[in-house]
Ligand binder design. Structure first.
Ligand SMILES: *Cc1c(COP(=O)(O)O)cnc(C)c1O
Length: 363
């Protein structure tokens, strides 16, 4: 593809820090950069504790286990998201229960039955947009909330940073995410006891005070010191990396405004209480395929959004009722190429092809 869906911007200081980490000889999951990364990340999103781990999916599994969610427990998951939250729930033997998203924000509909059969909620900050945390807490009083912030580094919810919502929050630092370490994840909380449980789980369940003593079954989900060095470099450039994607989004907004006003093309909405941090610029159209085909035939990697999880046979048992909003978005939305530093010429070209495809007379 001539214009890829996304592209990694490796900051020069990250490259330097990795070299230093390599030269230090500390290349496993122990080392100065892991500690620094955890400290810098917690500070950046205003959480008391952060534990680095190997990816965003394991971060969710470990958050669930640390909250003592286990076999047979129900966990609410939005019907529209990348599959990882549902897979994490299944991986620990619990049952995902799907809830629809709202038209207003494309995030989880907070009006969940407070007496429903579930023990936790995973709320996803979808495509750079926070979930409605206060309303969700009010509706589900006392039920632990895990915030999956994998797609929303740098977004805000009513003056609060994404990554600081709910009881526990998780990030992914996969190469296509806004802040990246290649592969990587983190689990954050303000609760010191919970943070301790999380750390145990990431590191073999081993007691920090007594070597080779294990009170819980852990795993090895540690982030390597090399990976953490990339993370330190990129967290340092956090605002710059977030703003660079927002700038691309504003340019798309400008160049597509007439289509949003005069045709059925529409943009991913942003709720009044949210400050978006664009991850992948997302638009939608009731007949999206000809637009995507036109883009792809010109070497532009545009892709339909995920299948709604309620339509995956693997998760049929997680459905209760209908999911009209998730299904509508899943069949209409598609992604446009987005990355930090994407050149204007590429944005122009994408928008020209979309204009041509939509203005084409219907035969
Ligand atoms: C990317 C992503 C994850 C998983 O992250 P990995 O680091 O790739 O395991 C989890 N949740 C959401 C919503 C994501 O977009």
């Amino acid at each position: 593809m001539k214009i890829p869906l996304s592209s990694v911007k490796l900051m020069p200081n990250a490259v330097e820090l990795v070299k230093e980490a390599l030269q230090s000889g500390w290349i496993s999951g122990t080392g100065e950069y892991v500690t620094r990364f955890e400290h810098d990340l917690a500070e950046r999103v205003n959480r008391a504790h952060a534990v680095a781990c190997s990816n965003g999916t394991l971060a969710l599994e470990i958050a669930l286990r640390a909250l003592d969610i286990g076999p047979g427990d129900g966990v609410i998951v939005p019907a529209l998201t990348f599959v990882a939250p549902a897979a994490a729930v299944r991986a620990i033997g619990a049952k995902p229960v799907f809830v629809d998203v709202t038209e207003e924000s494309w995030t989880i509909n907070p009006s969940i039955d407070p007496y429903g059969d579930y023990e936790a909620i995973i709320a996803v900050d979808l495509l750079g947009h926070p979930f409605d945390c206060n309303t969700l807490m009010r509706c589900t009083e006392g039920c632990p909330i895990i915030e999956d912030a994998a797609e929303a580094h740098g977004a805000w919810y009513e003056g609060l940073r994404v990554g600081s919502l709910g009881d526990v929050s998780t990030f992914s630092f996969h190469a296509n995410k806004t802040i990246t370490t290649g592969e990587g994840g983190a689990i954050l909380t303000d609760d010191p006891e919970l943070a301790q449980k999380i750390r145990l789980r990431v590191n073999h369940g081993m007691s920090p005070d007594r070597p080779y003593w294990h009170d819980v079954v852990g795993t090895n989900a540690r982030m390597t010191n090399l990976t953490a060095a990339i993370g330190v470099g990129h967290v340092y450039h956090w605002n710059e990396l977030v703003e660079a994607r927002n700038l691309v989004a504003r340019k798309y907004d400008e160049r597509l405004r007439d289509l949003f006003q005069n045709t059925e093309l529409y943009r991913r909405p942003v709720a009044a209480w949210a400050t978006e941090a664009c991850w992948l610029y997302t638009v939608a159209h009731p007949n999206r395929q000809p637009i995507i085909d036109a883009l792809r035939s010109r070497g532009i990697d545009s892709r339909p959004i995920w299948t709604a999880l309620c339509d995956l046979p693997l998760y049929r048992e997680s459905c209760q009722g209908e999911y009209p909003v998730a299904r509508k978005i899943a069949t209409e939305a598609f992604w446009l190429p987005t990355w930090a530093g994407m050149p204007d010429s590429a944005i122009d070209e994408v928008c020209e092809v979309i204009h041509d495809a939509i203005r084409q007379p219907v035969r």
